[in-house]
Ligand binder design. Structure first.
Ligand code: COA
Length: 558
């Protein structure tokens, strides 16, 4: 089927749908929802049999839905109508939620239902529910709807519904003196990653994001109790919550101490070591051990790794290598494994070029520490999405195991033609060949976990449910294997032979020479792209590699 995806942007759900439909042999093209006339033009060029809107922020024009079948993914259960469906569900503490595939009509979300699915609603951020449960259920429901479109006897059902309004900041407001930690957490979760909750800190208005529960510390409700790294602890009526990120008027989202440098003067509340705390608290890097395996998690907001975070993670990794373990599993965070260098902290720096340089060197140091680890076998267990440098950083481990359903974006070029580093020029060719490495970097499209394994880029694609348990079992088997000493010896030998052939320092210098040009050179593309990414500038056109119908040689197949 010829299918046009009409979307606000190419977000992870749209990426996943694109991959799944393409894998099933459908001919798919994408147009961003820029204006009615642009959509009309795309439809006229592509002449799709079906239009799917997996992620839209405004209604499809009547000129389109009256003449073409348009299916919309609504992130709500059957009968739910209106904007901010997930926000309302999370804030009101629903225990189950779902998605509905509706046919577009004049009244929003009121068209006949083509497919639907439900899921238990975890206590988690909206962005996390969206990237996991909504994406999984939404893609399955959309694929079912596409099958049903091809069945001439399937008749979508009309169901009565109830519309809720927009969720205003007044609906989200927090009363720090009277509200419990659970109710404030629900409000902050319902607004994360966008739009955040309007509040104030240090007498200044701001939007708050990235809340973490605290299990022990308390204080006078509303007061700021202290700081750990970049997060601040604020007391509630019955406990306290950590706040990780804030956005100030006219700015962009930053780690809290970046948005409010005055927070650095708060009393420090450090953790004593890297071991995972027994009670809930803010801990972005956490270590656990079981059966000869060390597990290192790094729960960095949005998978972005700043210079300081890379340095702290390198320190934690080196500490983990000194433990009496045989395998180290790098678990990343629950929603993202890594998205590479931290574009927001770079944008906020006095010299973004200098900060980009420091950040890429810090992430390269981490990659080097992982790939030079001589005392343990290392595994990157990718349970959440990964992009750009994060995809290549994972490859520094001896094994990369990835969860089925994860979306990978192993390319740098979309960020203003970045050349990329993280030793990709050393790590990729032995696995995928020189041409394969060039193809991966040139290909600006997302990749599924299964495809990454098919290409030889990663080593195993493990089923979604039970991924963490599966990883722990496989890692324990590796640790218990009788031939582990031989495997470690072979790894050391291979590294020494590679080093003799061409030192790691040379690969790094070659990559960084190109990156230096990206950061300091005449062409400002990277700085411009980063600015627009961080400022969330709406798209004004659809990139040609997505809008296939706009190729000059595009012809509708006979
Ligand atoms: N630095 C800072 N923030 C980042 C980031 C990075 N490297 N990568 C992602 N984010 C943030 C986004 O700004 C967004 O923030 P929000 O919470 O305010 O919405 C959030 O993470 C989710 O990103 P989004 O683009 O909405 O997710 P996605 O799943 O649709 O797309 C990527 C994932 C990886 C394709 C996309 O985020 C991306 O291109 N990131 C930049 C990667 C990069 O170029 N890194 C630098 C080179 S190593």
């Amino acid at each position: 089927m010829r299918i046009l995806l009409l979307a606000h942007c190419f977000n992870s759900l749209t990426q996943r749908l694109y991959c799944e439909l393409t894998e099933r042999g459908h001919q798919v093209s994408i147009e961003f929802d820029i204006s009615d006339s642009v959509t009309e033009e795309a439809v006229a060029l592509f002449r799709p049999a079906l239009i799917i809107a997996p992620f839209l922020k405004r209604a499809i024009p009547a000129s389109i839905w009256t003449n073409h079948r348009c299916l919309i993914l609504h992130p709500g259960i059957v009968g739910d109508r209106g904007p901010a469906a997930l926000d309302w569900a999370i804030q009101s503490g629903r225990s189950t939620w779902g998605v509905t595939v509706l046919q577009a009509e004049a009244e929003m979300d009121a068209g006949p239902v083509w497919a639907a699915a439900t899921f238990p609603l975890r206590i988690a951020r909206k962005s996390s529910i969206y990237r996991n449960e909504v994406t999984e259920a939404g893609v399955q429901a959309l694929l079912l709807a596409v099958d049903r479109v091809a069945q001439p006897d399937f008749v979508p059902e009309r169901v009565p519904g109830q519309a809720h309004g927009v969720m205003k900041q007044a609906d989200r407001a927090i009363d720090w003196l009277r509200d419990s930690s659970a109710s404030i957490l629900a409000r902050l979760n319902a607004a994360d990653g966008q739009p955040g909750v309007a509040d104030s800190l240090f007498g200044q208005p701001c939007h708050l994001f990235d809340a973490w529960p605290e299990g022990q510390l308390k204080g006078a409700p509303g007061s700021l109790l202290g700081r750990r790294e970049t997060a601040v602890l604020r007391a509630t009526a019955d406990g306290a919550l950590w706040l990780g990120h804030a956005l100030r008027a006219g700015g962009f989202k930053l780690p809290l101490t970046g948005a409010f440098p005055e927070a650095l003067a708060l009393p420090e509340l450090p953790l004593v070591d890297w071991w995972k705390s027994a009670t809930p608290t803010w801990q972005d890097i956490a270590y656990e051990e079981a059966g000869g395996v060390g597990f290192l998690s790094f729960e960095f907001y949005n998978g972005a790794m700043s210079t300081t975070q890379c340095r702290r993670l390198s320190e934690a990794f080196r500490w983990a290598t000194a433990r009496p373990t045989r395998v180290i599993v790098l678990r990343g965070g629950s929603d993202f494994w890594s998205n590479g260098i931290h574009l927001n902290t770079i944008e906020a720096a006095d010299s973004p070029a200098d900060e980009s340089w420091a950040n890429i060197n810090a992430i390269d140091d981490l990659a080097e520490a992982i790939l030079c680890c001589a005392t343990q076998l290392t595994v990157a267990a990718i349970g959440g999405n990964a992009g750009a440098g994060g995809c290549f950083l994972a490859r520094a481990a001896d094994f990369v195991w990835v969860r089925d359903g994860v979306m990978l974006n192993p390319h740098y070029k979309n960020m203003g033609n970045l050349y990329g580093s993280e030793f990709w020029s050393y790590l990729l060719p032995p696995r995928v060949g020189l041409a394969g490495a060039a193809a991966i970097l040139r290909h600006r499209l997302p990749m599924t976990a299964a495809e990454a394994v098919r290409l030889g880029f990663y080593d195993a694609c493990l089923p979604g449910p039970g991924f963490a348990v599966d990883v722990a079992r496989r890692a324990a088997e590796l640790a218990a294997a009788g031939d582990l000493p031989e495997r470690l010896a072979a790894k050391r030998q291979q590294r020494a032979a590679d080093e003799a052939r061409k030192p790691l320092a040379t690969y790094r210098a070659e990559e960084l020479q190109e990156m230096r040009r990206n950061f300091y050179g005449f062409d400002p593309s990277y700085h411009v792209a980063r600015y627009h990414f961080v400022a969330r500038t709406p798209h004004s056109w659809t990139p040609r590699h997505l809008a296939r119908h706009r190729d000059l040689d595009w012809k509708i197949p006979a």
